[in-house]
Design a protein around this ligand. Structure first.
Ligand code: FAD
Length: 292
C-alpha cells in the first residue's frame, strides 16, 4: 500500500540533519498528510525520516523574556491542552481544537500543518496574526523566517528537502494585551477542512482599536493578512459602523475562488460576516464596549 524503501527514526535533531544531508529522504511528522500522499502514489520507493523520537521538538515553553516557543512536533492536542498556550495565547488553542477530530489532533503536528503549505491549515491564520517566526535548520546553517515569507504558493513553502522546521517562535509583544478569536467555517462540524478560516487578534485602548489584525485562510492562494482593513482600523473608535466598514475592507486583500467546498460569492459573504463576528468576539473578550 505504501511504497516505502526505508525509514529512519533518529533521537536528536543533529542526527536527523545528518541523515537529511547525506540521503534524499522525506520527513514524516504525524503522517496525517504525507501518508495520504504516499497512498495516492505521489512518491515511490521513498526513504522516510521520522521526527517522532526527537523529544526536544515537542516542547512548548515560555522563555524568561516572555517569548513562546512551540516545537514543530507539538501535536494539536498538546497545543490545545498546553497551559502556556491557554494562559497566554488562547486563540491558538481555539484554532488547534477546531482542527480534525480527536485522533487526527493526537497525531497531527503544528510543524506538519505549516510545512504542508495548505491554505486551509487551521493553525496558519492565527500564526500570521502573531507575526510568528520559524526556526529552520539544516546541517550547514540555520535561519529564521517569518511565517508570511514561508508560504510561497498553494502547497509550496520556503523550506529545502535537507532542512527541518525546529520551532515556531511568538514574541511577547505580539500576544501580550491582545485578545483573539478563530472562526472556522466548514461543511461539517468535525473532520472537515475549512471552507473559510478567519482569525482576529486585537488590542483596544480608551474605546479605540489600538491594533487589529485579521487573517484569512482559503481566501487567496496562501493565508493572508488583511492589511488595508488593519491599517484603517488603527486608532479608530469602536462603533458598529466602523466594525462594518473594517469587515467590508477585509475583502480588499482577498481573492476568493470557486471550489467544490464553496462558491466565490459565498466566500465573499463569509469573509465579511465572519470578520465582523471575530471583531465583535475580540471586543467582548477584551471587555470593551461598542459606542454610538
Ligand atoms: C481526516 C483528516 C482530517 C484533517 N483535518 C484537518 C483540519 O481540520 N485542519 C487542518 O488544518 N488540517 C487537517 N488535516 C490535514 C493534516 O492533519 C494537517 O495538515 C496536519 O497538521 C499535518 O501534520 P502532520 O504532523 O501529520 O504532518 P505530516 O503528514 O507528517 O507532514 C506533512 C508535510 O510536512 C513536512 N514536515 C512535517 N514536519 C516537518 C518539519 N518539522 N520540518 C520540515 N518538514 C516537515 C512533511 O515532509 C510533509 O511534506 C486533516 C487530515 C486528515 C487525514
Amino acid at each position: 500500500m505504501f511504497d516505502i524503501k526505508n525509514i529512519y527514526e533518529p533521537n536528536t535533531i543533529d542526527e536527523a540533519l545528518e541523515i537529511l544531508y547525506r540521503e534524499n529522504s522525506k520527513i514524516i511528522a504525524g503522517g496525517t498528510d504525507i501518508l495520504i500522499s504516499l497512498q495516492h502514489g505521489k512518491f515511490s520507493e521513498v526513504t522516510l525520516l521520522s521526527l517522532r523520537n526527537i523529544q526536544e521538538l515537542k516542547n512548548i515553553v515560555k522563555l524568561e523574556n516572555g517569548n513562546i516557543e512551540i516545537g514543530a512536533m507539538a501535536s494539536f492536542t498538546d497545543i490545545f491542552r498546553s497551559e502556556e498556550i491557554n494562559n497566554n495565547i488562547p486563540v491558538l488553542a481555539e484554532a488547534a481544537v477546531s482542527m480534525g477530530g480527536p485522533q487526527i489532533r493526537n497525531m497531527a503536528t503544528i510543524g506538519g500543518n505549516v510545512c504542508n503549505g495548505a491554505v486551509s491549515a487551521d493553525s496558519a491564520t492565527t500564526l500570521f496574526n502573531l507575526n510568528s517566526k520559524l526556526l529552520i535548520k539544516s546541517k550547514e546553517k540555520e535561519r529564521l523566517v517569518s511565517i508570511k515569507e514561508f508560504y510561497l504558493g498553494p502547497g509550496k513553502v520556503n523550506i529545502d528537502s535537507n532542512e527541518v522546521l525546529v520551532k515556531i517562535i511568538i514574541n511577547k509583544k505580539d500576544y501580550e494585551n491582545y485578545y483573539g478569536n478563530y472562526i472556522k467555517f466548514s461543511n461539517r462540524k468535525a473532520m472537515d477542512i475549512a471552507m473559510l478560516g478567519v482569525s482576529v487578534l486585537g488590542s483596544i485602548k480608551e474605546g479605540k482599536f489600538n491594533d487589529l489584525r485579521i487573517s484569512l485562510g482559503v481566501a487567496a492562494p496562501v493565508p493572508i493578512r488583511c492589511i488595508e482593513a488593519e491599517n484603517y482600523a488603527r486608532g479608530l473608535k469602536i462603533t458598529m459602523e466602523n466594525i462594518d466598514k473594517i469587515s467590508e475592507m477585509a475583502l480588499l486583500n482577498a481573492k476568493p475562488r470557486n471550489s467544490w467546498r464553496g462558491s466565490r460569492d459565498f466566500r465573499i459573504h463569509l469573509i465579511k460576516e465572519l470578520t465582523k463576528r471575530g471583531i465583535l468576539k475580540v471586543i467582548e473578550r477584551a471587555g470593551g464596549n461598542i459606542y454610538e
